[in-house]
Write a protein that binds this ligand. Sequence first.
Ligand code: ASP
Length: 344
Amino acid sequence: MSRKKDISILIIYTGGTIGMIHDPVTGALVPIDFKHITKHVPELSKLGYILQSMTFDPVQDSSNIDPDVWVRMAETIEKNYDKFDGFVVLHGTDTMAYSASALSYMLENLSKPVVFTGSQLPIGLLRTDGRENLITAIEIAAAKENGVALVPEVSIYFDSELTRGNRTTKFSAEHFDAFNSPNYPALAEVGLHIKYNVNHILYPPKKSKLKVHCKFDNNVAILKLFPGINRNLVQAIINTKGLKGLIIETFGSGNAPTYKWFIDDLKLFMSRGGIIYNVTQCHGGSVEMGLYETSREMLTAGVISGKDITSEASVTKLMHLLGVCSSTKEVLKYLSKPLAGEIS
Ligand code: ASP
């Protein structure tokens, strides 16, 4: 059994509310110096683990996070992989589900926990949710059984629930309970005890080595359908210079209008080598192309079903596959398969 004092965790602060305090002079929210994190969260020293932290320069509001920052995150983990037992990534909540999804594809054969967390209220405030989120995220990143990490996945810990990163979505800008995982059970539930749902956790093949994929291609777009959608809008999107992949956020179980112009425009985009991924705009459930007339034509035209994938996991998956695959055929093949447990 590993002793607590032998377990080391790297805390990577990328930005976001969790790392903020009010500047005593100006009153504005400013990032804290993570070297002094125990001043703000004295409980950390009672955990008994070896904790080290590093702060991204500059720290970013998560609205500014992009593939270059995902590469920095993945490279930081890769560089420190042998030195630490687990990683806690502190990140703004707004785009946390995108970053966690991206990292889940980038870190192939991950055998150590990478736990994303953040908070709705800054860590320097009395009522902050950041303190509990940080402490429990560290506990989870350090959890082992027989020397093996209990959750060797990219996950998100927030308000008593640990969920798979690429299954999670932010649904509240107000409540502490800000995230949910509509189509996949929690990996752990936190109350008096931390209950791990080991049957739902992914474990890498034995003796596999971490492989880090850092290429992305952001020539992608998301088209959210709505009743009354205008052809000019659809054409403007599919004619975007360089566009390679289009996610259509469809109705219900993957349905779209059967207007002739709509299907013709999609076919035109695909005839030029474009890829179309059908993702439902519902918050739970799955695309089932062919179930209704309104999705049958897309199926026969070659649109790929995103099944029960989230919007965040779909756009990052498309960018990742366009970056790493050598042909359209390969991208199409992997889009319909789970890469890191993101679809059922
Ligand atoms: N705007 C902030 C961010 O996502 C909000 C947060 O941290 O929760 O970076």
